[in-house]
Design a binder for this molecule. Structure first.
Ligand code: B12
Length: 212
């Protein structure tokens, strides 16, 4: 559908007002929220992710696109709930204790929500026990952690240790990300998965949740 292509293109351009207006228009035309999300927003965001990876697009533009996506998601949310798109599962997400970097984490959050996951976003500077409590209270089978500082990487280990101590090690799995962490580091601390960017995060989460 033409309007969805336009939404994707304006999202790539970071044109928040256009994206907002076209989203309303698409919904008024009776297009299902899910379709607007998949073929408009996510299609556009995939291009953004790809271009960012290839250094064809830079952070400020990625943030504009993310903000446009956020605004549009707010319009779609009630529709998506009405359409009763079944949640693909709950994910507790946050930036670990001592770390205030949340831009990457927010992108991961948006992409996971876009893919149909329920994200319980704890924000940044999140103490280990807050991750555990949120997983418990929400019955979430997955915790996602972000760290951008080498000094806060050990905080990821702490969450995994606390999960074991609480007897939740099998029931609650973990995925980590952030510029300084790696698949090797994930293995080292016993995390279940690692992803280098938001698009791969969605793939990994789908696999972990068995909804691939
Ligand atoms: C923006 C920024 C800030 C902003 C953060 C604003 C915010 N709201 O987030 C501000 C100015 C606050 C800041 C502060 C500091 N910063 Co800073 N910051 C950055 C910068 C420039 C960009 C980070 C970013 O947003 N990248 C863009 C996003 C999209 O990428 P990303 O975070 O990597 O996320 C992607 C993936 O990693 C992955 N991902 C991320 N999280 C997760 C989670 C999961 C579960 C998964 C699967 C994947 C995943 O997917 C994301 C999307 O594709 C980096 C430099 C850099 N190149 O990384 C320095 C950097 C991270 N900062 C650094 C430092 C030192 C600091 C300060 C200590 C500076 C100071 N002396 O005050 C403070 C620390 C504050 C604190 N306690 O956290 C250093 C870290 C060095 C190190 N090795 O530890 C860096 C590398 C800069 C440098 N070269 O020195 N910073």
């Amino acid at each position: 559908v033409e309007i969805l292509k336009q939404i994707a293109q304006h999202l790539i351009n970071g044109d928040e007002e256009e994206v907002e207006q076209l989203t309303r228009q698409a919904v008024d035309q009776g297009l299902p929220g899910r379709q607007v999300l998949d073929d408009g927003l996510i299609a556009g965001m995939n291009v953004v992710g790809e271009q960012f990876r290839n250094h064809e697009m830079f952070l400020p533009d990625v943030l504009l696109a993310a903000r446009a996506m956020h605004v549009s998601m707010a319009i779609l949310k009630p529709r998506l709930l009405e359409e009763d798109v079944p949640s693909r599962g709950k994910v507790v997400l946050g930036t670990v204790e001592g770390d205030q970097h949340d831009i990457g984490k927010n992108l991961v959050s948006i992409m996971l929500q876009g893919a149909g996951f329920d994200v319980i976003d704890l924000g940044y500077n999140v103490p280990a026990d807050k991750f555990i409590a949120a997983a418990r209270e929400n019955n979430a089978p997955l915790i996602g952690m972000s760290a951008l500082l080498t000094t806060t990487m050990p905080a990821m280990q702490r969450v995994i240790t606390r999960l074991k101590e609480e007897g939740l090690a099998g029931a609650v799995r973990t995925i980590i990300g952030g510029a300084p962490v790696s698949a090797d580091f994930a293995r080292q601390i016993g995390a279940d998965a690692y992803a280098r960017d938001a698009a791969h995060a969605v793939d990994q989460v789908k696999t972990l949740m068995g909804v691939a």
